[in-house]
Ligand binder design. Sequence first.
Ligand code: FES
Ligand code: FES
Length: 159
Amino acid sequence: MKREIVININGEKVDATVEHRLLLVDFIREVAGVTGTHVGCGFEGRCGACTVLVDGAACKSCLMFAVQAEGADITTIEGLARSDTLHPLQQAFTDRHGLQCGYCTPGFLMTLYDYLKDPGCDASVEAIREAIGGVLCRCTGYVHIIEAAQQAIEVLAQM
Ligand code: FES
Ligand code: FES
């Protein structure tokens, strides 16, 4: 069974007729051709690599059907930077070596973006650990990821 839907991805309307069972992550990657969002665990909701913002809230896009996102505003990793300027979170991951292969990085960035949008968010190691608890990294140290999050919190507080 198919249905025509429109989803806004990083400010651009993407209109397509899709199967009801098509996952949002597949809509983003295969239909819209926006491939920065990754699939890491085989659509089981365990790794968080597929995390995007759906109307501003971090969601695992392998756990949603595309039709459920009809009319929603989706932000992916491609939507974080402003022209040539990295978002402070992206800059912090670069500065603090918060990645190695980078496969998990879109998931961490979108999860932390949601966490950091609260100006009063807790910058403690424990709170950040809890915030990123749904995202897995297989090759780097979480220490650097947490340091990057703390740097971004500091930078954003001064903006
Ligand atoms: Fe969605 Fe792993 S691909 S949580
Ligand atoms: Fe390789 Fe996280 S940097 S999986």
